[in-house]
Design a binder for this molecule. Structure first.
Ligand SMILES: [Zn+2]
Length: 153
């Protein structure tokens, strides 16, 4: 199955191969560890408590989607293509991740999917680490910069 392709971006055409089941499970574990490490703090940043005590999304940066949104998710690619300025305002780190060529090259050493989202980059790197893979220094540096979860010793 051919993956979705970005027109003016840095990826071309990739065929998705069926991943082995262990990798898929490790990938999902990576998301869980990442949520455990980062979700609460980012969710608090994204929401505020109103006087009525109701949670309510604030305008400006959506910290949760900034980390876990991605081009393969509903609406993201559309906004990215049609209104990049608005995309950048709402998801500044994701925008930087998607448009910085060095970052894209680094993420591309892991997988095409890792290039579509900070959260997917983290989950894919985590899966490689759990599988015992040694990853290039720039990949690990980006992973640390993104506050990716470290393996339990
Ligand atoms: Zn994922």
């Amino acid at each position: 199955m051919a993956a979705e392709v970005r027109e003016k971006g840095f990826w071309t055409k990739y065929d998705m191969k069926l991943q082995n089941p262990e990798k898929t499970i490790y990938h999902e574990m990576g998301h869980l560890q990442d949520y455990a490490k980062n979700l609460k703090e980012l969710d608090v940043k994204t929401r505020k408590i109103t006087k009525a005590g109701k949670k309510h999304r604030i305008k400006g940066v959506d910290h949760v989607s900034n980390r876990w949104g991605g081009l393969t998710y509903d609406g993201f690619k559309d906004l990215f293509d049609k209104n990049p300025k608005e995309f950048q305002k709402r998801f500044p780190d994701l925008y930087e991740f998607l448009t910085n060529q060095t970052t894209q090259q680094t993420a591309g050493k892991v997988s095409w999917y890792a290039q579509t989202s900070i959260g997917e980059f983290i989950a894919d790197v985590y899966a490689e680490l759990v599988s015992g893979a040694k990853l290039p220094d720039d990949v690990m540096a980006l992973y640390k910069k993104c506050n990716g979860p470290m393996l339990a010793a």
